[in-house]
Design a protein around this ligand. Structure first.
Ligand code: SF4
Length: 233
């Protein structure tokens, strides 16, 4: 296993829960707005390995305080040992949330069938057209992402879809199209774009949409997903 980041205590990564967050390296997307460049470009040179024993030790000491573990990245589902890692935490009695870009429906199916996950947050990067490839920074298999959407919506689990509202990629028509494509979802989060550390340096010059605009976008999305929220505005 290969853990390249650990937040002991977070109030932000799982709504309503106090969580610890482990970050797994590498990703099969290259989103220009990604703010986790160190994790996806050359993580083994740039980030020290976090020993699983150190995570276990923290959990053991603070189990009464921590509700669950968030597995984030990078993209966790690219790792064949992800199931073993999640099972490891489940055996310690932890709830587990998975963050994913949805590119690996087979891995998701295995995890759902094994009943190892308690909550899933999946990114919806853009409408399901050429904009998605631009948002992912490369040509991707949109069919797989759509398959993951269906799997999650039919899973019976609690979940959310979430979108980082990048001004150069997304405006109101795109929000409408994305929300329509996941209509009836349990929860949808529009997240404010943060330009400080983007993978594509050109985006660091781009101002985020104003708060009022994000709130208006949320009203548009609510026509399709009643439980639409905003973050970071
Ligand atoms: S934002 Fe994109 S590139 Fe960055 S970790 Fe998520 S899916 Fe990968």
């Amino acid at each position: 296993m290969n853990i390249r980041g650990f937040i002991e205590t977070s109030f932000l990564d799982w709504d309503g829960k106090i969580s610890s967050v482990v970050f797994l390296p590498y990703c099969n997307f290259k989103c220009p707005f990604c703010d986790n460049g160190l994790l996806i470009e050359n993580p083994e040179a740039d980030l020290p390995e976090v020993k699983l024993e150190a995570v276990d030790d923290f959990i053991k000491r603070r189990k009464d305080f921590i509700d669950g573990i968030v597995i984030s990245g990078g993209e966790p589902t690219i790792h064949p040992w992800l199931t073993d890692l999640i099972r490891h935490f489940k055996e310690k009695g932890m709830l587990v949330k998975l963050d994913t870009n949805g590119a690996s429906p087979n891995q998701l199916t295995n995890l759902l069938t094994s009943k190892l996950i308690d909550y899933i947050a999946m990114d919806i990067k853009a409408p399901f057209n050429d904009k998605y490839h631009a948002a992912a920074g490369q040509k991707i298999d949109l069919g797989k992402v759509r398959e993951s959407v269906k799997l999650i919506m039919n899973s019976g689990l609690d979940y959310e879809f979430r979108t980082t509202v990048v001004p150069t990629i997304l405006d109101e028509p795109e929000i409408e199209a994305m929300a329509r494509s996941i209509a009836g979802a349990k929860k949808y989060a529009l997240q404010q774009f943060v330009p400080d550390h983007t993978l594509d340096e050109r985006l660091r010059m781009i101002a985020p949409h104003p708060k009022e605009k994000i709130l208006k976008m949320a009203e548009i999305a609510k026509k399709h997903i009643a439980n639409t929220i905003v973050r970071g505005v």
